[in-house]
Design a protein around this ligand. Sequence first.
Ligand code: COA
Length: 155
Amino acid sequence: MTGTAEVVVRKVEREDAPWKARFEAFYADCDIKKMGRKLHAYFAAYAGEELAGHCVIYREKGRWIMDGLRVKAEFREQGLGKRLTEARIRHAIENGAKEVWYSCDDGNLVTICCHLRYGFEKVCPADHHCNAATVHWYRLKITPALLEKFPAIKP
Ligand SMILES: CC(C)(COP(=O)(O)OP(=O)(O)OC[C@H]1O[C@@H](n2cnc3c(N)ncnc32)[C@H](O)[C@@H]1OP(=O)(O)O)[C@@H](O)C(=O)NCCC(=O)NCCS
């Protein structure tokens, strides 16, 4: 668990009915990918009882993929997006990841928040047909230099 006195970031340990109800309300206005039987971990940021941010990392076709990052408007620009991203990268590393992937379209703020600072690079995977209309894929290689630069992602 990581956190300041105000907001705590932690892995969702139980995907129970109360969590599911809050999850569905949190993403009510957007199309959020269903995890189904994929290996995955949700991470949430709580300000007291309030859900301030949420996201997921899952494994698909051998890749660890981050998705669904959202911080409630009143909690934005306070570092929560970064903390949720670092928690997911750390989780992937703890589970043996050598790379972490992400996809989004151009102009998405998540790119600023979650790619540039960590060193994600735009890559077109073999099974993807990249063009201006598609999302773009980004890959972060886990290296000793990365862990040195961002101690919060060290397992
Ligand atoms: C993108 C998002 C997750 C960022 O969350 P956040 O908690 O505000 O991010 P952070 O505070 O950790 O900021 C991370 C970086 O992004 C930058 N950033 C965040 N919001 C920004 C904005 N409005 N304009 C410019 N830069 C911005 C910050 O400056 C920071 O970089 P810095 O530390 O180098 O200054 C948040 O804006 C969000 O949830 N947006 C809506 C996403 C959404 O609803 N998607 C649909 C999902 S289904």
